[in-house]
Design a protein around this ligand. Structure first.
Ligand code: HEC
Length: 179
């Protein structure tokens, strides 16, 4: 299944590349469309686990801004589709599990750490040398969602949605000193 998704992803990329090569410049899509098509090409070819495994620690960065309403909207849908809300609540404010939108970051609030936590889950993340720096009111293991969320691109959109709902102290949005 994963393999098939990957192959489809690559085939899709190749056909859009071939399409781009065969289009005369006059038929180039409007700038807005070009940007919309270019965005997924930056990712979407790996599962979140493959992406995390292939990138050195600290180098993963969300290609999307949380002010991009189309991305945030898509991320919100994916967040629900992948069942994150079952534990974290509909907008990430917490439920049975820690809130995602406050300024307490369990392992750190930077893009790289959040991406890896969701991709690997608590157990593998800790095996890779990360330790809890802060505690939310609920303490428990995050499951490995990187086998469920299909692509790195999906996960970046979800994280843009999470950031868009942030309502903690502004200076702690991407992590606080000592947290
Ligand atoms: C079965 C319940 C469960 C599901 C489903 C789940 N999570 Fe979590 N999540 C947790 C728990 C528990 C933690 C705290 C982990 C720890 O302390 O090691 C956590 C932590 C997090 C954090 C870090 C929060 C912080 O304050 O540092 C993020 C971000 C996150 N989850 C995102 C997601 C996303 C995105 C999804 C869906 C793809 C998801 N979670 C699905 C239980 C869940």
């Amino acid at each position: 299944m994963l393999k098939r998704t990957l192959i489809l992803g690559v085939t899709g990329l190749m056909s859009s590349w071939i399409y781009a090569q065969t289009q005369p410049p006059a038929a180039a899509p409007a700038a807005g469309q070009a940007a919309a098509q270019a965005a997924p090409a930056a990712g979407g070819t790996m599962t979140p686990v493959q992406r995390s495994d292939s990138a050195p620690k600290g180098t993963l960065k969300n290609p999307y801004q949380d002010t991009d309403t189309a991305v945030v909207e898509a991320g919100g849908k994916l967040y629900l589709n992948y069942g994150c809300n079952g534990c974290h609540g509909g907008t990430g404010g917490g439920g049975m599990c820690p809130p995602l939108t406050n300024d307490v970051w369990v392992y750190g609030g930077d893009d790289d750490t959040l991406f890896r936590l969701v991709a690997y889950g608590t157990q593998i993340l800790q095996e890779k040398g990360y330790s809890r720096k802060a505690q939310e009111n609920v303490v428990g293991p995050m499951p490995q969602m990187g086998q469920v969320v299909k692509t790195d691109d999906d996960l970046w959109r979800i994280l843009a949605f999470v950031r868009a709902n942030y309502h903690g102290a502004p200076e702690c949005k991407f992590g606080c000193t000592g947290n």
